[in-house]
Structure formats: C-alpha cells, structure tokens
Design a binder for this molecule. Structure first.
Ligand SMILES: C[S@@+](CC[C@H](N)C(=O)[O-])C[C@H]1O[C@@H](n2cnc3c(N)ncnc32)[C@H](O)[C@@H]1O
Length: 422
C-alpha cells in the first residue's frame, strides 16, 4: 500500500518529486519558497538514529555507493550536525541538552524562513516527558511560527519493545503552525483565563474520544499551545517573560483537576487528600510503570504534593533518577497500621482481603472513618485505571466483587454508608 502511494506521488507530482540531503538547521532554499512543510523531529536522546543507521549504511554503501556517491562519501553516517542530545565523557547532560534545544530552535527558524507567507507547517511530536514539550514549545515560540491547531493521532504500536515496562504513549501530536502575524504580547493573567476556557472545551472532546492517561496530558499540552502560541511572548504584569515551563505548570494543574473529577465521575473528588489524588493520577497516567523523577515531580506538584518530602516515606519510592509507586502487595501490613490516609487504608484493606480477614476489614474501615461511598468509589476508579494484567487490579477487582457482603454486614452494624451498591 505504501509503495503504491509513493509510486503515485512520484508519477503525478509536477514538478517531479526529488530527495536530497541537508541539515534541517541550514536548508539550501530561498526565503518564502514552500507552501507546506512536514517534519518529524528527533527528541533529545530518545533514539540514537545516526548510530542505528550505521548498521544499514555500511551495506547500502556497498550496494548503492556508485549510484549515490555523494550520499555515501563518508565511512559511516555523518554525526556532527545531528540534532540529538548525546552525553559523552567530555559533554555533560546540560551541554547536550542545550545543544539539542539550540539546534531544534534553529531548524524551526529555518522552517519559518523558507515558508511562504500563510504557508503551513506540520510538526509531529510524541515525547512522553514534559521536558521534551518545553523544548519544542520554547523553540516554536522563538521561531516566529504561530500554532493554529494540534491533533493527537494514534501512531505507536502497543506491543513495541520500548513500550513494554515504560510509560509509553500511544499517540503522537500533530502540531499545525502557520507563517502569519503574531499578536505581540499576551498577559499571563488573561492567557490563563483563555487557557481555562479553551481547555475545558477541548478536554471534554478528548475525554469523549477515549484518550486517557499520559496521552491525555500530552494532547492537552498540544492544545494549550494553540492559545499561547498566538503571542510573540507572554508576560506577567511585572514584566517577566513566561516561558514554557510555567505555562505548562498551569496547564497541568487544569488537566489534573479535570482528570480527577472525570475519573471519579465528579462527586467525591473534593474529599481526596493531595496524596490520594496523586496516587490515582499516577496510576491513571503511568499505570505501574516507573517514571523519570522530574515527570513524577511535576504531576505531584499539580495536585499540591512535594514529592521530595514523601518519597521513601509513603508509597512513593525513588530509585536513582526514577520514581516508582508501590502497589498494595509491595507494602508491609504493619507499616500501614495507624494511617488514615485513603491510599494506605485501601492498601491495608486489600492485604487483609488477600488473607481473608473480613472482620478486620470492617474494623479498619470504621476505625479510620473510611466506611463510605468515597472509599469504594476510589477503589473502583483505581481499578479502572489499571490494565487487566496488573496484580493490583486483580486484587482490587476481587475485593470489589466481594464488597457487597462487607457493606451489608457493616451496614447492619450501623454505618454511614449510603447507596454505593445501587
Ligand atoms: C523522529 S525521526 C523521524 C522518523 C521518520 N518520520 C520516519 O518515520 O522514519 C527524526 C529524524 O531526524 C533526523 N535528524 C537528526 N538531525 C537532523 C538534522 N540536522 N537535519 C535533518 N534531519 C535530522 C534523524 O536522523 C531522524 O531520522
């Protein structure tokens, strides 16, 4: 099918399609030359493209070196102009990051330069970390292009090797930008109001389309750029320029608020502590995967949890630069005693359930004040966030199936539980 499409494009294109090699940071075309540009840039050090290419390059060079002598003039693929963030013994992560961001910015500026006025550019982006997004947003804001739309499209294979065990995305965001006049300055307080209005509509749409977890955040971020990308810069009233990091902090707050309400089907969201909200959002966004510390920190921050104060003391574990959230089976029953934090109570109850200690479950729920709708709805919501294969989900589902007896027995003993069963 792909071959057929390519053949058609080549046959019908006027003037004929042609391919050539150049660096995106320095394109050999005059200003205002193209109607449209489509690009799929690399993301930091996600994939070592040039090194991977060497494997094929050495064979292609033997087969096609005579046909394309210029393309195969070097012994291995050229590496010096690659837009990538490789660290080396001499180059720290900070230097590598700056190099990548500088080159990305330069390539977006090149797009703006060679596009015709009102020309369209589509940039594909699918980085799961917000750091990747900050880079692309800052580079776009600096390029002069105006973002007019963004769409999530399912592009990644679920069974992909790298998707297993990691918090991978199923979708990529297609960012649509135009070479057109931007509004000079957006004031942060007004942009925030605009963002709130815009996102509330967009989030309803994304939710309705069944986009969930980390993909939901990324699609929301993509959509938020439509708002602040209209301005040359966004400033607060004290004259500080607001860069992507702060804009995204605000977007994340709006999105987490929306997501918690939706996951819990409204109603009880207000009764959850920040820590229990964080647990729910973590499971919803990343399932049982571990994530980079900075990602988890930002998620925590959006619900008012300071991750550094809770790791290794609660269900949050830090291992090198990664954060991992413990499930019930990874917790120690004795350590959970005495806590009335909802997650802890849930984990304690699940461990007791596993041991068949129903009487103790009722005691714990009543003693901690969690013999309530909120508790069971919370348990249900967590179960819905997890994949079928998860051990935590199986435990939760077993418990939720058996809850009727616990509730009716508990209710018989006089509880404040209302009509969760119906
Ligand atoms: C995300 S991949 C694009 C993959 C492509 N859409 C595909 O399906 O094969 C990013 C690509 O950008 C290329 N790249 C890196 N630095 C570049 C530069 N300076 N100029 C042009 N391309 C570059 C990488 O080699 C890599 O192939």
């Amino acid at each position: 099918m792909i071959l057929g499409a390519l053949t058609n494009i080549i046959k019908n294109a006027t003037p004929a399609a042609c391919t050539f090699q150049a660096s995106a940071t320095d394109l050999p075309f005059p200003d205002s030359y193209f109607d449209a540009i489509f690009t799929d840039p690399p993301y930091y050090d996600n994939v070592p493209y040039s090194y991977l290419s060497d494997f094929f390059y050495v064979w292609l060079k033997r087969a096609l070196g005579d046909v394309h002598p210029k393309l195969f003039s070097t012994p291995l693929t050229p590496k010096s102009k690659e837009i990538v963030a490789y660290t080396t013994i001499e180059k720290s992560w900070n230097e590598a990051k700056q190099r990548f961001e500088g080159m990305l910015r330069q390539s977006f500026k090149e797009i703006n330069r060679i596009l015709k006025p009102n020309g369209i550019a589509v940039i594909v982006y699918a980085h799961k970390t917000t750091m990747g997004w900050e880079a692309v947003i800052n580079a776009l804001l600096d390029s002069g292009l105006v973002i007019t739309a963004s769409w999530p499209i399912n592009t990644e294979m679920k069974a992909r090797l790298r998707a297993k065990e990691s918090a991978s995305l199923a979708s990529s965001i297609y960012i649509v930008a135009r070479k057109t006049q931007r509004q000079p300055t957006g004031w942060f307080s007004e942009v925030k109001e605009e963002l709130k209005k815009h996102l509330n509509e967009k989030l309803d749409k994304l939710w309705g389309e069944g986009i969930g977890g980390a993909d939901f955040f990324i699609a929301a971020i993509g959509s938020a750029i439509e708002v602040f990308g209209k301005y040359e810069k966004v400033m607060d009233y004290e004259g500080n320029v607001i860069r992507a990091e702060r804009l995204l902090d605000y977007v994340r707050q709006l999105v987490t608020d929306y997501a918690v309400r939706k996951i819990l089907r409204d109603g009880i969201a207000g009764q959850l502590s920040p820590l229990s909200r964080f647990y729910l959002l973590y499971r919803w966004s990343y399932g049982t995967a571990r994530v980079h510390f900075d990602e988890a920190r930002k998620l925590a921050q959006s619900v008012g949890v300071d991750l550094e104060r809770v790791w290794n003391r609660t269900f949050v574990r830090k291992e090198k630069e990664y954060i991992y959230v413990l499930g019930p089976h990874e917790r120690d029953l004795s350590e959970l005693e005495g806590s009335s934090e909802l997650v802890d109570v849930l984990h304690r109850v699940l461990l007791l359930w596993q041991r068949g200690q129903r009487e103790e479950i009722k005691e714990v729920l009543k003693g901690t004040g969690w013999f309530s709708d909120t508790f069971f709805r919370y348990a249900q919501a967590i179960s819905e966030c997890l994949p079928e294969s998860s051990r935590e989900k199986r435990l939760l589902d077993g418990f939720l199936t058996g809850r009727e007896r616990i509730i009716s027995e508990g209710r018989g003993e006089g509880s404040g539980l209302s009509e969760f069963l119906h």
